[in-house]
Design a binder for this molecule. Structure first.
Ligand code: HEM
Length: 515
């Protein structure tokens, strides 16, 4: 009994001391730092239960409208500052990018599951910089000729799929995006039923699931990470996931090396990356994850953008007539498809692509960047470790930033009188934040932009898109992330018999190509 009393009073004392220490640190902290105002939360959990688990954009937009250009929320151990205007995104994430470009290190998702090697969530530092540099040299616009043949081939296959099974357009988009990224990274086409490719995408889905707020308690409540290893119930699952992903990547690399030996592998990211003298310095795990990270970051993003442009074509068809007029003017009556070399003559299609990235950003609340050094801005004082994100949905859909913001309006990128746009319409980054910001901006943006451009040019040239009677598309609430079924209903038909003949001719040939 005495022992029990001793133990429980020690536990009581330890808890009381811990809470006191926490209160004291919080007090000192709030005296030293000053954050923009934000919605009131509850002790310890902060605003965790206010933020919806999915489709957070409208919520973040509403909060932004109440608090102005910045607001702060707390999600358990993390403080997030939302940047609600291009002005503040530019001031902090772009101009002060040297200190606003890190990522939080999540005990489960970053360390156990990814061995601290998954580039998308790697903290700012020499390891991330080395991979980022190599990725940039391989994925930049100068290497477009390496990737263009894949995009050409897969977009012809895409047209064939739309002609054969228009009701499965969403699956066609998925195959298109996956196959390009597999070709770009591993020089390999994607067949819908390839078991290793399926496992590859399975592992990235596991990773995406692990990133969702609250998916693993230890990534929200960091204190759990101080439990002794044998009490960390999440560890075995994470270690198993890590071993699985490494095995899947290894198999792809072995297959790549075999195809290279047999002379069956076209030049791609992996052939260049593995031949780079800097690559062995990264070590095996990091090398494998660099390849996998590209595959994870580069596939769904193109698929979702395409789906959104199709929704816009069916629900707001006015702009499609302008796009088709431009295409018909350059290409005539279905004797050939649009090519990358036609791009200078097709500015409207570039404007459609740009508008597709802006219109309904699917990274609705951006991707958090972590500050690595205390900083001051417009009267606020931020500690290192604060997370900053661009409020993507809010900025894209605010009237102050984009006139008639909900309208899909490619002209806004061509006619200066609409919103004073000064940039070049072909520049994928200017005028919106859908590729992110600063030093962390998407490394694959040229590939992403050209994936979407060629697919959109060819689809609009060959097909018409209409809403299904009685099933109008709710473009503010589309779940374009869904890949098991169509995110909305749309009727697709070929523009003419001549276009049908063209798609049959080029599509059939593309479907048959193997490497
Ligand atoms: C098609 C549309 C695409 C969109 C909208 C998109 C968007 C994004 C966004 C928002 C980020 C985070 C940026 C930030 O934190 O500031 C990102 C990062 C990244 N993206 Fe993309 N992306 C696309 C395509 C691609 C493609 C095709 C590739 C590769 C071939 C790719 C590779 C990456 C990588 C590796 C990162 C991580 C960069 C880092 O953490 O330093 N993306 N992307």
């Amino acid at each position: 009994m005495a022992m029990f009393i001793l133990l429980s009073s020690t536990a009581f004392l330890a808890t009381a001391l811990f809470l006191l220490a926490k209160l004291w640190t919080n007090h000192q902290w709030s005296k030293k730092y000053k954050f923009p105002p934000g919605p009131k939360g509850i002790p310890y959990f902060g605003n965790m239960f206010q933020m919806p688990p999915f489709h957070q954009g409208p919520w973040a937009k509403e909060v932004g409208e109440k608090y102005g250009e910045m607001f702060t929320i707390k999600i358990a151990d993390n403080t997030w500052v939302f940047l609600n205007s291009s002005r503040v995104v530019n001031d902090l994430l772009e101009k002060r990018s040297a200190i606003y470009s890190s990522r939080p290190r999540f005990p489960y998702a970053s360390s156990i599951l990814s061995g601290d090697c998954r580039m998308v969530i790697q903290p700012y530092g020499p390891q991330w910089r080395a991979i980022r540099k190599t990725m940039h040299t391989i994925l930049n616009i100068k290497n477009a000729p390496t990737f263009a043949p894949f995009q050409d081939l897969e977009s012809k296959h895409l047209l064939w799929d739309y002609l054969q099974k228009p009701e499965e357009w969403f699956k066609a988009n998925q195959r298109y995006a996956n196959s390009i990224v597999m070709s770009v990274v591993f020089g390999k086409r994607m067949e819908n039923d390839d078991p290793n490719v399926e496992r590859l995408f399975e592992t990235s889905n596991e990773f995406i699931a692990a990133l969702q707020p609250g998916a693993n308690l230890v990534d929200t409540f960091y204190i759990l990470n101080s439990l002794p290893t044998f009490l960390q119930w999440w560890r075995p699952k994470g270690q198993k996931g890590h071993a699985k992903v490494l095995q899947v990547y290894k198999q792809e690399v072995q297959d790549l090396k075999k195809r290279m030996k047999e002379g069956r592998c076209p030049p791609c990211f992996a052939t260049k990356f593995l031949a780079d003298p800097e690559t062995p310095k990264l070590g095996e795990t990091q090398t494998l994850f660099a390849l996998g990270s590209l595959m994870e970051a580069g596939s769904d993003t193109s698929r979702m953008t395409l789906s959104q442009i199709i929704a816009a074509a069916a629900s707001q068809p006015g702009w499609v007539r302008a796009a088709q007029k431009e295409l018909d003017g350059v290409l005539g009556d279905a004797t050939r498809l649009p090519e990358f070399s036609d791009r200078p003559q097709l500015p409207y299609i570039s404007a459609v692509t740009k508008e597709g990235f802006r219109w309904r950003p699917f990274a609705e609340i951006g991707v958090p960047h972590m500050l690595i050094k205390d900083d001051e801005y417009e009267g606020y004082k931020f500690p290192a470790g604060t997370l900053f994100t661009w409020n993507s949905w809010s900025i894209a859909l605010s009237e102050g930033e984009n006139r008639d913001a909900e309208k899909f309006w490619p002209e806004r990128w061509l006619d200066k009188s609409i919103q004073g746009f000064e940039g070049k319409v072909e520049d994928p980054l200017s005028g919106h934040w859908s590729f992110g910001a600063g030093r962390r901006v998407c490394t694959g943006y040229h590939v992403g932009d050209t994936n979407v451009w060629i697919a959109v040019a060819r689809l609009l040239y060959c097909f018409q898109f209409e809403e299904v009677k009685g099933k109008s598309i709710d473009t503010m609430n589309m779940n374009v992330g869904e890949h098991r079924w169509a995110p909305f209903d749309v009727k697709i038909r070929v523009r003419s018999e001549r276009h049908r003949a063209l798609v049959e001719r080029v599509g059939k040939e593309a479907v048959g190509v193997k490497y």
